[in-house]
Design a protein around this ligand. Sequence first.
Ligand SMILES: [Zn+2]
Length: 236
Amino acid sequence: MSSEETLRAELVTTARQLHASGWVANHDGNVSARLGDHFLATPTSMSKGAVSAEMLIVVDGEGELVSGTRKGFSELKLHLAAYRIRPDVHCVIHAHPPTATGFAVAQVELGPPFMAEPVVSLGRRIPLVPFSMEPDLQELEEADALMLANHGVLTVGPDLETALLRMELVEHLAKIALVARQLGGPVALPEDLVAQLHEKHEGIFEREADSPAESTWTRRSGSATSIVADALKRHS
Ligand SMILES: [Zn+2]
């Protein structure tokens, strides 16, 4: 398989996973990935559970169709903005996972970091971006996942798997935060531990080339769990 065929297959798997997980309904959600100077993306107006490799479209940096028989989605602008703000990012996923989106429509942040592993995987903040038809994604400079007010969640990553795992983690954290709020609210982790864990997040991937379009990433540190175990040892 060529690298484009591999990417097409991965993108289809990711789109179907969004649907299988119940994080999108109807035609919601979209997935894209860098393909050289262009972007490979899911087409508009179809269930993410029914996407196939030949249905994918290729667009340029302005969102103009380069190849494919289907049309681009309106939220493509969000993806292209994310790639502009984060030249290091290779993949963008947008979905409406119900619990995290519940926080987003209530315009409630998940809160200060209340568990250790997610700080390593996602960073210290999942910013809530104010509602707009064209939301400002500048917060991506400091974050790998955003809650979009009255809308849903956007995650980025060096590859599709990481962006998908980040989506999963945001939804999982939202479920935990919802339960914690019913029990008096989550208690924040100590600030010095959060700072230490966030530093690990910053260094979790290492880029192997300077040109973003050609760069590949390798995981530099161990799993979030082993990083947390080390940090806790040092913290206590
Ligand atoms: Zn949406």
